[in-house]
Design a protein around this ligand. Sequence first.
Ligand code: GDP
Length: 297
Amino acid sequence: MFENLSERLGGVFDRLTRQGALTDADVATALREVRTALLEADVSLPVAREFTKRVQAKATGQHVTKSVTPGQQVVKIVHDELIAVLQGEGPADALKIDNPPAAILMVGLQGSGKTTTTAKLAKRLKDRQGKRILLASLDTNRPAAMEQLAILAAQVGVDSLPIVAGQTAVQIAQRAKTQASMGGYDILMLDTAGRLHIDEVLMSEVQAVRDIAQPRETLLVVDGLTGQDAVNVAAQFDGQVGISGVVLTRMDGDGRGGAALSMRHVTGKPIRFVGLGEKVDALEEFDPERVAGRILG
Ligand code: GDP
C-alpha cells in the first residue's frame, strides 16, 4: 500500500531537506513534483491540485524558508495536509454499533470483496469487542454467494441465517431482523447482492433492503485497485443509497493508493477499513495518521 507514492515523495523530500537554504521557488518546484507524484498514484486532479495549493500557502514566505530546517518544515506541512485529506473535517468517528441488535448493511459491486470483507469484519467485531453476530446473504441471484457466506461465517465462528430458497432479498432481510432480535444478537450484518455495474435494479433492491433493515452503518466495499473508479462508485452509492463509510479492498496489491487519498475529499465519507489480503484476518482499521506516516516513510 502506497509504496510507489512513498518512494516518489521520498525522492522529492530528500533533495529538499539536503538543501540548506530554501527559496519560495525551490518550494514551488518541489510541490510541482509532489503534484505529479499524486497524479501518478491516480489521485484525482482536483484533490492533487487543492492539496498542493494548501501546502504551498503554508510553506511559502518568511516563516518556513527562513527557519533553521526549512526542508523539514515543508515535510511536516505535507504530513499534516495528508492527514487532513485522509481524515476530512473533524475526528474520524468510530463504528456506531451500540443498542443491539444493530444492522450493518454491506453494499458494493460484485467481485469487490464484499462477502470476504463481511466475514473479516464479523470476525474482528467478535474477537475484539465480544459481539454476538448474525450474518445473512441477500444475494438471491447467486446461490453460490449465499453458500460462500455461510462457509465463511462458520470459518470465523459466527452464526449465519439458514438459507431458504425462493425468498426475495427483502423477505430475507425481514427474517434476519426477526432472528437477530429473537436470538439476542448484537449485530446483524447483511451482505447485499452485487452486480457487475451500477444499475437501477441493484440500487432499488439495496434501497428496499435499507428501508427494512434501518442500518446503523452502511459500508461500501470497493476494490482499491480501481483507483478513481472506486471513488466514482462510492459517490454513486452514496447519492442513491447513502453510505456511512468505505472499505477499500486489495490494498495489498496497490502500490499507488490513489483511491484512499481521493475518497474523503470527493465523497465526504471516511474510509473505515482496508483489506490487505484474502485471509480472514487481513483487515486493518484505516488510521489517517498512521497512513500519512507510512506514505512519508
Ligand atoms: P464479492 O463478489 O464482492 O462478494 O467478492 P468476494 O468476497 O467473493 O471476493 C472476490 C475475491 O477477492 C476473492 O477471491 C477474495 O479472496 C478476494 N479478496 C477480497 N478482499 C481482498 C483483499 O483485501 N486483498 C486481496 N488480495 N484479495 C481480496
